[in-house]
Design a protein around this ligand. Structure first.
Ligand SMILES: CC(C)(COP(=O)(O)OP(=O)(O)OC[C@H]1O[C@@H](n2cnc3c(N)ncnc32)[C@H](O)[C@@H]1OP(=O)(O)O)[C@@H](O)C(=O)NCCC(=O)NCCS
Length: 157
């Protein structure tokens, strides 16, 4: 079940992120993105009332309205059940409805291509994250080049 994050979920979200990424970096990142007003999609997956999955999409600076997918994490005991898939697709749908024109992600293309993210489509964009893991999903834009920047909190990760 997908729900919007509230403050009551934060301890459980930190737990999921700390276990998935082996450290506090991503917990700090999502807190900073919220504090900076850059969090656009901030959602959890609950199982019997317990937070077992988490996703955030955050604002980017780009030549069109853009967002970055990161982080996404699922409790190890609940993986391979489509939870991340559902959280990501739900986030893409919400952002599309909200007028977001393109999405970026840094990660394994083998996973993210199922959502439409594409390494080649990202190649024209300039970013500190440019490279074989940087991917773009066009929602409603023909622009394929220009400078794109993640929200400032990422620089502190
Ligand atoms: C990546 C992650 C969120 C996937 O969660 P999940 O709920 O198990 O994902 P789903 O059930 O929707 O999808 C499972 C699929 O993802 C694939 N997958 C999982 N992690 C992957 C990775 N790092 N690279 C490539 N594929 C991956 C699985 O092999 C599986 O593939 P299949 O559908 O072809 O069998 C989860 O494994 C996790 O929390 N990992 C640690 C944190 C992380 O690496 N997050 C992503 C980077 S921000």
């Amino acid at each position: 079940m997908i729900e919007d994050r509230t403050e009551n979920h934060d301890t459980a979200i930190h737990h999921v992120l700390r276990a998935a990424f082996d450290g506090d970096g991503e917990s700090q990142l999502v807190d900073d993105l919220r504090d900076d007003g850059d969090a656009l999609v901030d959602r959890i997956w609950t199982d019997a009332g317990r937070v077992v999955g988490y996703v955030m999409f955050s604002r980017m600076a780009a030549p069109f309205r853009a967002a970055a997918l990161a982080p996404v994490a699922v409790d190890a005991a609940f993986r391979q059940k489509g939870i991340a898939d559902a959280l990501i697709r739900d986030g893409i749908k919400s952002l599309t409805r909200a007028g977001c024109q393109g999405l970026f992600v840094l990660g394994d293309p083998g996973y993210y291509q199922r959502f439409g993210f594409d390494v080649d489509a990202a190649k024209g964009f300039t970013s500190p994250y440019s490279g074989p893991y940087f991917q773009f999903l066009a929602i409603e834009t023909d622009i394929r080049k220009g400078r794109v920047d993640y929200a400032p909190a990422f620089a502190r990760l």
